[in-house]
Design a protein around this ligand. Sequence first.
Ligand SMILES: [Zn+2]
Length: 136
Amino acid sequence: MKRPSEMTRAELVAEVLRLDGEATDGPWFVGSDNQYGINVSGIFSEHRNTDSVRTLIVETGGEFCDLEEKDADAIAFYRTAAPRLARDNAMLRARADWLLARIVTEEWPGHGDDCHCRTCKAIAAMFDVLEDANND
Ligand SMILES: [Zn+2]
């Protein structure tokens, strides 16, 4: 599998949404919870298991896991934020496609890929941002 830094934005969006679909349901949070009578700190999902206990993703500060809380914060935050940003990116791409389709049809004759007006340049710049492969 490619590393995220090697992926195009479209590949990143697809991979984030695939992982979102396969991972334990979010949102995730960092905190403490009573797990079968034992107080546990770590990353939890709001999702509850069959015993109606919040799902522990990973323990922080445990005897066998030295995941620091600052890293746990990042993981839990990204788990919720990344799918939302991926869906936003896909929605913006669809709207840009729709807008370009309107421009290259008879609705705005003379505009499109070869036009250098400010509107067409702005749309081209938007596509550059959405399609930019590896320049981050
Ligand atoms: Zn134009």
